[in-house]
Write a protein that binds this ligand. Structure first.
Ligand SMILES: [Zn+2]
Length: 273
């Protein structure tokens, strides 16, 4: 069964502010820097882990993380020649670009396959009017938009933006926009994320950043919405040490082949067709 991981952080770590890097760069992640040094070594690591395709998450958040809009160009270059397996993910931040629509078109033309919005790190609400032009363009082009949902403990993160409910506005206003709620609202907003996925045909959940063994607690009705759940790990975020171990742990939960096939591959393959 092929695996499609929609949430791996393949980012320019040299941009990351020191206190944010200290959150990630612990002993369990000694190998991450080497693996992330080139597309070839990332692909080798995916092969060893049994992962066929991966979304390479990047977002613009200069104040909290240090990432500027250069991340879009960086990930486009990094994945060049390997886009069948490595899908570049980028971002547009209204306070860091003079023209949201023009920047959206520019990065999609670079080959960016999904937009990431990280409300607590970008300090912006999903329903901010400045984002409407970007949503409209992504909706027209069939490009998914992924929202970080749930709290963040990184220095300077603003958890007033952690609640996914403002995405309800986005899903109502852009009914054909492909929406992914990353982390399914963990740890405080699981019920909200589940509600949004059930209410809106265009809203999906990614279960990255949740230890698979805790899924029965955080997403107790996962099997009911298995057609809208996407596999993801959030590697190498704090606490996420192995792509392979997470896959094995998910399998051990006993959802069965039908649910596993949809979560590991079918749902993401359809979204990124
Ligand atoms: Zn993430």
């Amino acid at each position: 069964m092929p695996i499609f991981d929609v949430h791996i952080h393949i980012q320019p770590w040299s941009m990351v502010r020191r206190d944010a890097l200290e959150m990630i760069d612990d002993a369990s992640h000694r190998d991450a820097a080497g693996i992330l040094s080139s597309a070839a070594s990332v692909l080798r690591h995916l092969d060893e882990s049994g992962v066929e395709r991966a979304c390479c998450i990047n977002y613009v958040a200069p104040e909290v993380m240090g990432f500027t809009s250069e991340v879009n160009d960086w990930i486009a270059r990094f994945t060049e020649g390997h886009r069948d397996r490595l899908l570049p993910v980028g971002s547009v931040h209204p306070r860091h670009t003079p023209d949201v629509l023009r920047e959206t078109r520019r990065i999609l033309d670079l080959g960016i396959r999904m937009i990431k919005i990280h409300p607590p790190h970008q300090r912006i609400s999903p329903n901010a009017p400045e984002l409407a032009a970007m949503y409209r363009e992504c909706e027209a082009r069939g490009v998914p938009v992924m929202f970080h949902t749930g709290t963040s403990v990184f220095p300077r993160a603003r958890n007033v933006f952690a609640d996914p409910m403002p995405v309800d506005d986005v899903a109502v206003d852009f009914p054909d926009l492909k929406i992914i709620l990353a982390h399914a609202g963990r740890p405080l907003y699981g019920e909200t994320a589940f509600f949004l996925a059930r209410r809106h045909a265009n809203v999906h959940l990614d279960i990255s950043g949740i230890p698979p063994k805790s899924l029965p607690r955080y997403v107790p009705r996962l099997a009911e919405i298995a057609g809208k759940v996407l596999w993801g790990t959030d590697w190498p975020a704090p606490g996420v040490t192995s792509l392979r171990k997470n896959i094995d742990d998910f399998r051990s939960l006993g959802y069965g082949a039908q649910v596993e096939t949809r979560v590991f591959w079918d749902n993401a393959a359809r979204l990124f067709a």
